[in-house]
Ligand binder design. Structure first.
Ligand code: EPZ
Length: 427
């Protein structure tokens, strides 16, 4: 299994190009099941999770082709999805267990075919992650849903019917599944306390381009008036705000000076404020923005994860890596997932001083980290170890790199391109 070796201490300098957002692309791909015409998605990232979703669409009967070059000369940035007929409404365990986001085919399949059998995704490293909100919402749209043999078995033989749904908890995936389902339901659906994440808005805008009638995009109240059919569209996936934030922190931790291009400073959102407070300067440029320290070291700041527009849980591990070398202490509180501190013991092996009390981690900054062999556990935990390795003295070996390949395109090549001493090692 591949490993990554980093020799820390090199400041990142130059430019990094940010790709399309994984967490926008996955629901957008699922939306390709809603129409018999071609949905063409540009600015697609090249990641294992995208390939897994393409396999899923294939086995439902979609034709999936890759084409086009990105600004970086990489082939296959555009994906065309054409689902003339849905030939199979089952999402099997073998595919769903590889990637939880596979559950996003549930709403589209049910809305288009009146039936869907989707394997329950089960727990995952960061928490139990139930799908009760997806199921309850579809029931409110008139579907009959049973759990049997590890599968969600949903039917709506006479089609789905619009309803007023208020989510008790903000859920990105449940909002996306119900948004897609409601576009083909009869009548009006209201989704209240909907997730406001930019990836949800990206999906809504693509659905509008496909002929859907949606109001309230980007707000917590989405109003969808169902239509009989959607048509094809050409849509460009938004830049990845988590990849953007990750490279911004990598630049800050190494004391570098990096320009992030093909992205936008506004996407850093709630991450910008604590970064500025800790002494990191972000300034807009023509193609994106520039990141560097303001001359002093990194100062400790407190952050708490929240649904958008709060501080994203997908940036918590990276922020913690930065805080390990801050002056002073920082309190990092995780409110979204119950088990998202798996990077803590690994960062501690590199010399970090972190104490966890329930859902909060108290990070006392140390003058320097030291390289060590560490184990990646999930996508964002893994990348926090890369960030720590870039800052550490000596050599860090990161095992189980496949987690990184799920969500960061060409990570080690991008980092090496701006001066990091990093390489991928084979077996
Ligand atoms: C999305 O997951 C992202 N994944 C996650 O990104 C991200 O961490 C998460 O949103 C929060 O921002 C994709 O977009 C593919 P949720 P999702 O439903 O939709 C609870 C990454 O690293 N909940 O918003 O699965 C749930 O347990 C990842 O790229 C229920 O209780 O997250 C959690 O506590 C990992 N019942 C909270 O809601 C449900 O039916 C938010 O989860 C659904 C969710």
């Amino acid at each position: 299994m591949d490993r990554i070796r980093i020799r820390g201490g090199e400041p990142l300098k130059g430019q990094v190009s940010i790709v399309g957002a994984k967490n926008a692309a996955l629901p957008l791909m699922a939306a390709g099941l809603l129409t018999d015409e071609t949905l063409s998605l540009g600015n697609l990232p090249q990641l294992i999770d995208i390939a897994t979703m393409a396999n899923m669409l294939n086995q439902h009967g979609a034709g999936v082709t890759l084409d086009g070059n990105g600004a970086d000369g990489y082939a296959g940035r555009t994906m065309s999805i054409r689902t003339a007929d849905v030939t199979n409404t089952t999402a099997p365990y073998d595919l769903v267990r590889k990637m939880r986001a596979s559950v996003l085919v549930l709403g589209p399949l049910l809305a288009r075919c009146g039936r869907a059998d989707v394997s329950l995704p089960g727990g995952c490293a960061i928490g139990t992650r139930p799908v009760n909100l997806h199921i309850d919402g579809l029931r409110e749209l008139g579907a009959e849903v049973e759990i049997e043999g590890g599968y969600i078995r949903a039917t709506a033989p006479r089609g789905l019917k619009g309803a007023e749904i208020r989510f008790p908890v903000v859920s990105v995936g449940a909002t996306e599944n119900l948004l897609m389902a409601a576009t083909l339901a009869k009548g009006e659906t209201v989704l209240d306390n909907a997730a406001r994440e930019p990836e949800v808005a990206d999906l809504a805008n693509c659905l509008i381009a496909m002929g859907a009638d949606i109001e309230g995009v980007g707000t917590e109240r989405l109003v969808i008036r169902g239509t009989d059919r959607l048509h094809g569209a050409d849509y460009r996936v938004m830049p990845d705000r988590i990849e953007t934030g990750t490279y911004a922190i990598a630049a800050a931790v190494t004391g570098g000076d990096l320009e992030l291009v093909d992205t936008d400073i506004s996407l850093v959102g709630a991450v910008a404020e604590p970064l500025a407070e800790s002494g990191v300067e972000l300034s807009e440029t023509d193609k994106g923005f520039r990141v560097r320290r303001n001359g002093a070291g990194i100062a400790g700041v407190d952050v708490m994860t929240q649904p958008y527009p709060g501080f994203p849980t997908d940036m918590q591990a990276q922020m913690m890596a930065l805080m390990t070398v801050a002056s002073g202490a920082s309190m990092i509180t995780e409110t979204i997932f119950e088990n998202r501190f798996m990077h803590v013991p690994e960062l501690s092996r590199m010399g970090a001083n972190i104490t966890v009390h329930g859902s909060s981690a108290l990070v006392r900054g140390v003058p320097a980290l030291t390289g060590a062999p560490v184990m990646a556990t999930d996508l964002r935990a893994s990348v926090s170890l890369v960030i720590a390795g870039l800052a550490a003295e000596g050599e860090t070996i990161i095992n189980r790199v496949y987690h990184l390949d799920r969500g960061y395109e060409r990570l080690e090549r991008k980092l090496a391109g701006c001066g990091a001493d990093i390489e991928r090692l084979g077996d």
